[in-house]
Design a protein around this ligand. Structure first.
Ligand code: SAM
Ligand code: ZN
Length: 278
């Protein structure tokens, strides 16, 4: 964490600004949040914690990390980094928020591309994801927190990133400064179609994402597609990081466990929006 990123966080209890004091963050009203040894902070209000361990579980997060360490999603990382460089303010370091940041691989790529001209706050409901992210990107601030009651101050962000995480339009608008940009990555209709052909009797394409969100001006959409081939455990890692992990019939899971080689289309659509100036 840097003073700049700590200055972008807000107290989950009273919504006041936080200051770092030793190994904890505190607001003026005395609410205090300890930094974990990896440097992240838990800013999830207790009453918002609907499960004992909300967000993606340890196994899913670790599978995601192993998979993202490979080059298969490299084209997506590079497109996100390119868009951040394009939409970042050119005269000062960009303030970036990654909502539902996961284990931080995209954040690492974005800050590397900006060559340290960026201050990044990432948050996610999953403590394990935030823990791994904080280790991978020590200069950023990571918090356990949810998108629908986000731990970031009003108007702090120049760029708000959302890669395959819930869309919380009102909170995204609140965190963005006027003129700031939302970069929202969604699956293309054919994303992971080859995986779904094994899992389901009648695979379906992903629905085409709507592009209209009240209060946000649609700027552009950029699609990135590829075809990848995975072997052995790589297939299970990919499966474990998808929503299909939760809702695939046993027969489908069984077919996938016998699969030693998988070729599938992959595709991300990057939707760019601007919060209009008043
Ligand atoms: C599909 S993963 C994407 C993670 C990361 N953006 C990536 O692409 O690698 C979705 C993430 O959203 C998180 N998540 C789910 N609901 C959330 C919420 N309401 N607020 C914040 N994060 C949430 C999950 O814990 C998970 O890490
Ligand atoms: Zn407070």
């Amino acid at each position: 964490m840097t003073p700049e990123t700590v200055g972008g966080l807000r107290c989950p209890v009273c919504h006041g600004p936080l200051m770092q004091m030793g190994r904890s963050l505190r607001c003026a009203k005395g609410h205090s949040f300890d930094l974990a040894k990896e440097g992240y902070v838990n800013l999830l209000p207790i009453q918002k914690k609907h499960a004992a361990d909300p967000g993606d579980g340890k196994e899913m997060v670790r599978a995601r990390r192993r998979f993202l360490e490979g080059e298969w999603y490299g084209p997506f990382r590079r497109m996100l980094a390119t868009l951040c460089c394009q939409y970042a303010p050119q005269d000062r370091p960009a303030r970036i928020v990654d909502a539902g940041c996961g284990e931080g691989s995209y954040d690492r790529a974005v800050l590397d591309a900006l060559q340290q001209r960026g201050e990044l706050i990432g948050f996610d409901l999953s403590k394990e994801a935030v823990r791994l992210a904080a280790r991978l990107v020590p200069q950023a601030a990571f918090a356990v927190g949810g998108s629908f009651c986000a731990p970031v101050r009003d108007g702090w962000a120049d760029l708000l990133l959302n890669v395959f995480s819930p869309m919380a339009r009102e909170e995204f608008l609140r965190m963005l400064r006027p003129g700031g940009y939302l970069i929202y990555a969604v699956p293309t209709p054919r994303h992971l179609y080859g995986l779904k052909q094994i899992l389901y009797q009648t695979p379906y394409e992903n629905p085409v994402q709507q592009t209209d969100y009240e209060g946000l001006r649609f700027v552009e959409r950029r699609d990135v597609s590829d075809e990848i081939t995975l072997k052995g455990d790589q297939i299970q890692d990919l499966f474990a990081m998808t929503p299909y992990y939760w809702n695939t019939p046993a027969q489908g899971t069984q077919r996938l466990s016998q699969c030693t080689r998988l070729t599938t289309e992959i595709g991300f659509g990057f939707l760019v929006y601007q919060k209009p100036q008043p």
